[in-house]
Write a protein that binds this ligand. Structure first.
Ligand SMILES: [Zn+2]
Length: 285
């Protein structure tokens, strides 16, 4: 039941390198259907953000370049920033481009809370197309950029802070000649810092910086928001009506649950509204 209006082609800010070394950067995404919403709703409450993003993207991404079979494994292998970019596009397609974000005035004596409107379709994106899976750091070491798979592995291992950074480096670095893992513990702090900087400069940038002015004390500041986290929270909240809507449609039209779940959220909402309007008419005559 996916209609053309609900599909969109987007260009990844980084790109996906397959096992044969081909770079894919055009992705087709579809508006989230009931099946995708159900997958978020039924996800365990303690599921890490990276795994939730994988679940969502496996439903929303229909094609990565010439790869038409999209699985959890394929969206897990996308770069962290490409995944965030796709999550933003999926949120925009499913709930619209306007998003209200709550931030706090950074002046401790004020700490006023305020809401800022983000336009998801005009957020700046710094593209940095990848050429190959690995890039040279120096003559001996090469690195690849972190993926969703790395993030999920970090969460599963329970690492955070410095442990997480080191764990990530151990996964992303290798020797150029032997292709074996690098003993990160044997590298000095300056080398690690230089590698991390180079990795950061090679990655696309999709993190929004929002200019805000406190309505209370007029202090101007740049607000940092964890957009993926906020989007996941909003999508979770927005899907809570799913079961109720499926029940209303199945009861009135006798459609199969699987057909209802294949609909996009706006389409489902239009049918529910029609039923509600009809019930209103009957109840007022
Ligand atoms: Zn303030």
């Amino acid at each position: 039941m996916a209609s053309a209006e609900a599909l969109r082609r987007v260009a990844l800010p980084g790109g996906f390198v397959d096992d044969a070394g081909r770079v894919h950067d055009e992705v087709e995404i579809a508006i989230l259907t009931g099946a995708g919403e159900e997958a978020i709703l039924s996800a365990p409450a303690d599921m890490c953000a990276a795994a939730l993003i994988t679940t969502l993207l496996a439903h929303g991404v229909r094609r990565i370049g010439t790869l038409r079979r999209v699985t959890n494994a394929s969206v897990r292998d996308l770069l962290v920033q490409d995944r965030e970019f796709l999550l933003i596009r999926l949120r925009e397609l499913t709930l619209g481009p306007d998003m209200w974000v709550r931030v706090q005035c950074p002046r401790a004596e004020c700490a006023q809370s305020m809401e800022i409107k983000l336009r998801l379709d005009t957020l700046p994106v710094t593209k940095r197309p990848v050429m190959a899976r690995y890039a040279a750091f120096d003559d001996a070491i090469e690195f690849r950029l972190p993926t969703g798979d790395d993030q999920e592995a970090i969460a599963a291992a329970g690492h955070d802070g410095a442990d997480a950074s080191r764990f990530m480096l151990e996964r992303c670095l290798r020797h150029r000649d032997t292709r074996r893992a690098v003993d990160v513990g044997a590298l000095d702090a300056a080398t690690i810092g230089a590698i991390e900087l180079q990795m950061q400069e090679a990655a696309p940038d999709v993190t929004p910086e929002m200019d805000a002015v406190c309505p209370d004390c007029r202090h101007a500041f740049v607000a940092e928001v964890d957009l993926p986290f906020l989007i996941l929270t909003q999508l979770r909240a927005a899907t809570r009506r799913l079961e109720e809507e499926v029940h209303v449609l199945a009861w009135n039209y006798h459609w199969a649950e699987s057909d209802i779940l294949a609909m996009s959220r706006p389409k489902r909402a239009r049918y529910v509204r029609l039923i509600e309007e009809q019930l209103d008419r009957f109840s007022t005559v």
